[in-house]
Design a protein around this ligand. Structure first.
Ligand code: FAD
Length: 414
């Protein structure tokens, strides 16, 4: 039995605590927030093996540059003369190659499929009531060009064994008979599932507390004390805490603490927004508006509309232009759905921890013997969370990992 401190109680930290507790370790989770907000609460709730292609793919940098001058674009990279940011941009640009995508696809498939399996296992083993449905994901396209691109993704998915296909208009209508959809065509990833994030987070927190995991909220970790390549203690706003092992799962903030042990993680915060609506929409299957990059999820009792990837440092400012762009996109594809001003004014945001190559950092750095890093999941943290938690536990217990950890190495070069 080891004493383990998990720094950061988002979905990655909580799943890590779950597997560590299960193996008999004494676990403390510490978080600077109230643990009811941020990326792990505002996300679209997809458990999606369909998202095989990492953000850093050919053509994305060009699109990003074009979109820099459009305040309503789905991807925005704010230029900053900051060494870490410039290094990240350089590494991101280097990753936007077909060769990298080819390598990343099977890795993303394996970790998301493992995570789906483990997600079900966590729900079933503990009798969690959190909402989860296995209804797939529609990619709705309004242009021939986009449809052609999405059909290529279907072919890729099929090549990698995923259950997915192109839909005819009739098939789309049959799947969503009560939603008026304006799309030229669609593809359908039956392999995807969806959830209501705050419900799973609640179940996990309650379960961990019941199992004796200490959860310290509203307590920021400020510093790390070391002796050679070992952490001896962490220093929070309130106290000093000691353990045998430490896990860094502070999402978009992870490089601030990793620096203290000499680990330079290339990481940028990618802000995204969500709008919730209790209006009747007729939507029963999650969909992505392919040209607009908006994700729609029928959650438990409401529909969520999520979108935007705004790389502009760590801040939680809500940009009403981008929120409005999400709502406009929704009405273009679902003409009967008009989000109200009140719904828009209640929009919330979260920060995705974005690594330059679209793969998370999971594992140990050679710089520190008793620290395991688990962050950088970008748009896929919800889909990869349970597998990440399991992998971290296997690292700490010196067990053979369920997946090859090399692609996730926090020391990897870009
Ligand atoms: C709009 C949107 C939609 C998304 N949709 C999906 C989706 O459908 N499917 C999917 O797979 N992924 C999705 N994602 C991505 C996913 O939500 C994230 O990848 C995931 O939530 C990241 O989890 P995390 O635990 O690493 O980070 P976070 O949830 O950000 O948690 C990190 C925690 O660390 C704490 N912390 C930071 N610094 C300190 C410190 N110094 N001391 C103590 N605590 C600290 C923070 O308070 C925070 O609670 C979406 C994200 C957004 C924003």
């Amino acid at each position: 039995m080891k004493e383990v401190i998990v720094i950061g109680g988002g979905i990655i930290g909580l799943c890590t605590a779950y597997y560590l507790e299960q193996e008999g370790h004494q676990v403390t989770v510490i978080d600077q927030s109230n643990m009811d907000q941020g990326a792990s609460y505002v996300n679209a709730g997809y458990l999606s093996p369909s998202h095989l292609i990492p953000l850093s793919a050919p053509g994305v940098m060009k699109k990003g540059l074009k979109w820099m001058f459009d305040s309503s674009s789905p991807l925005y990279i704010k230029p900053r003369f900051q060494a870490d940011f410039l290094r990240w941009v350089w590494a991101f640009n280097r990753s936007c190659r077909q060769e990298h995508v080819d390598k990343a696809v099977p890795i993303i498939r394996d970790i998301t499929l493992l995570s789906q399996e483990l997600f079900d296992d966590v729900l079933n083993t503990n009798g969690f009531k959190a909402h989860r449905e296995k209804k797939g994901l529609l990619m709705l396209c309004q242009t021939e060009k986009m449809l052609k691109e999405e059909v290529e993704v279907v072919h890729l998915g099929q090549q990698y064994g995923l259950n997915c296909k192109e839909l005819t208009q009739e098939e789309l209508k049959k799947l969503e008979p009560n939603a008026n959809i304006d799309a030229l065509g669609a593809t359908y990833f039956e392999c995807d599932w969806h959830t209501t994030p705050h419900e799973f987070m609640k179940d996990l927190k309650e379960h961990l507390k019941k199992k004796g995991v200490q959860i310290l909220s509203n307590e920021k970790v400020l510093d790390v004390k070391t002796d050679g390549a070992k952490i001896t203690a962490i220093v929070s706003e309130k106290r000093e805490l000691k353990a045998d092992e430490y896990v860094l799962s502070t999402g978009s903030w992870a490089n601030l603490l990793s620096k203290k042990v000499g680990v330079r993680l290339l990481l940028e915060a990618g802000k995204g927004y969500r709008i919730n609506s209790t209006q009747h929409t007729g939507i029963t299957i999650p969909s992505i508006l392919a040209e607009r990059k908006v994700a729609i999820t029928p959650m438990n009792g409401f529909t969520r509309f999520a979108g935007t990837m705004e790389i502009a440092g760590i801040n939680h400012d809500i940009n009403p232009v981008r929120v409005k762009a999400i709502a406009n996109g929704v009405s273009e594809y679902y003409p009967d759905v008009k989000l109200t001003q009140k719904e828009l004014s209640e929009a919330a945001c979260g920060l995705r921890p974005v690594s330059p190559d679209g793969l998370p950092y999971i594992g140990r750095s050679s710089k520190c013997d008793n620290l395991t890093i688990a962050t950088g999941h970008a748009m896929m943290g919800w889909s990869m969370a349970t597998a990440t938690g399991k992998l971290v536990q296997q690292v700490i217990d010196l067990q053979k990992p369920s997946l090859d950890l090399q692609p996730f190495n926090p020391d990897r070069k870009f």
